[in-house]
Design a protein around this ligand. Structure first.
Ligand SMILES: C[S@@+](CC[C@H](N)C(=O)[O-])C[C@H]1O[C@@H](n2cnc3c(N)ncnc32)[C@H](O)[C@@H]1O
Length: 358
């Protein structure tokens, strides 16, 4: 067993390969418990047409979901961003799980980082926090001292002999999103094996021919990747500017920066002396959009910009940046989490790079 779910009754799994005929004729079942939608990867340069199709597919699923149901959407990161944007109008966002790829995806553009993960979005029809079983995975051990890599701070009562609570980064199992996903689906069947649920339907759209024709390895950049010679407007290297980020960015010339990394306030209502971390979400995104646009403006063509934030805010940044920059990678790391808190780690990092136009 790859995990242990306390008090879970594994949901019965029904796999439906969705063909055009089933899709067009509305032959999908009503789903009162759990639906797992498997999406094919869409082609980056055809994304606007595929996004519309994605929305239609999701609409056809949403209308079959009962009021207490959970929807898991599995696919590549950029497709999940667009799936979330549509789903969030009708459903409650709960979780973004990153899942390790068995085979990292390599790109023809050798400057691109190999993709190490794909994802699963969890939305519910009900409001409130996600109802799930307490699920644990095996510990990992330090090769030097052979102790668990989980730090209990000396609190033995928080130690569980089976393992540590699962987070939203699944590295202990792996799969490829275009291949057999049983190991992932079975984990959701246990994780969501709560008293109210008994059935899980897998709606597999990966072979639907209209979608298969737009599926490919996305984000193979075919534009300019060569490094530029010194710009006429080049700044002194390694200059430290102290001030308001937006004000300082506005003083920089276009196309003058080699690499930009931003670790902004996350707007999670933390107490700071010098700035407010509890803006309204509209104010926060308006402010972020301003400095994100400035970062895109000052970047030299072909260079990279990296933004760090929590997944839900990253989704919004992605949609804003996608207008001017080409998506490159979505990176993530695990934050520490105390073992007796049944919460999910949240930090993620994404990279975006390669301005489309000089
Ligand atoms: C998430 S923290 C970054 C922490 C930093 N990466 C580190 O390791 O120390 C966000 C930082 O943004 C700074 N900050 C907030 N508003 C700012 C603004 N308008 N311009 C520049 N920095 C700002 C805060 O002071 C805080 O240090």
């Amino acid at each position: 067993m790859t995990h242990f779910s306390e008090d879970s009754s594994r949901l019965s799994i029904t796999h439906i390969s969705v063909t055009e005929k089933k899709y067009d004729n509305g032959q999908l079942p009503k789903i009162s418990d759990v639906a797992v939608v498997l999406l094919p990867a869409t082609k980056q340069r055809q994304r606007s047409s595929s996004v519309n199709l994605l929305k239609n597919i999701l609409d056809s699923v949403i209308e079959r979901l009962g009021p207490n149901s959970t929807l898991v959407t599995i696919g590549e990161t950029p497709d999940l961003v667009h799936a979330h944007t549509h789903l969030s109008t009708f459903m409650n966002y709960q979780l973004w799980v990153a899942i390790k790829r068995t085979t990292p995806r390599e790109f023809d553009d050798k400057t691109a980082l190999p993709e190490q993960h794909f994802g699963a979005l969890v939305h519910t029809k009900y409001s409130g926090t996600l109802n799930h079983t307490k699920t644990r995975i095996k510990y990992t051990y330090c090769p030097a001292c052979e102790k668990t890599t989980k730090d209990y701070g000396g609190k033995k009562h928080t130690y569980n002999p089976y393992g540590t609570l699962i987070s939203d980064v699944w590295r202990d199992i792996s799969a490829n999103p275009d291949e057999n996903l049983d190991v992932v689906v079975e984990r959701f069947a246990d994780l969501l094996g709560i008293d109210d649920y008994s059935k899980l339907f897998v709606l597999d759209y990966r072979k639907m021919s209209v979608l298969a024709s737009i599926a490919e390895k996305p984000s193979e950049y075919s534009g300019q990747t060569s490094f530029l010679s010194t710009s006429q407007l080049e700044l002194d290297q390694s200059k430290l500017l102290l001030g308001d980020a937006l004000e300082e960015l506005r003083k920089l010339p276009d196309n003058s920066v080699d690499f930009a990394f931003a670790d902004p306030p996350y707007n999670l209502s933390k107490k700071y002396n010098s700035y407010s971390d509890d803006l309204s979400i509209t104010e926060y995104f308006d402010w972020c959009d301003e400095w994100l646009s400035e970062l895109a403006r000052v970047l030299k063509p072909g260079r990279t910009c990296a933004i760090l934030n929590i997944p839900l805010w990253d989704i919004r940044h992605f949609l804003h940046l996608e207008k001017n920059l080409q998506f490159q990678n979505w990176l993530l790391w695990l934050s520490c989490r105390h073992s007796n808190h049944n919460t999910w780690s949240k930090n993620s990092l994404k990279l975006r790079e390669l301005p489309i136009t000089p």
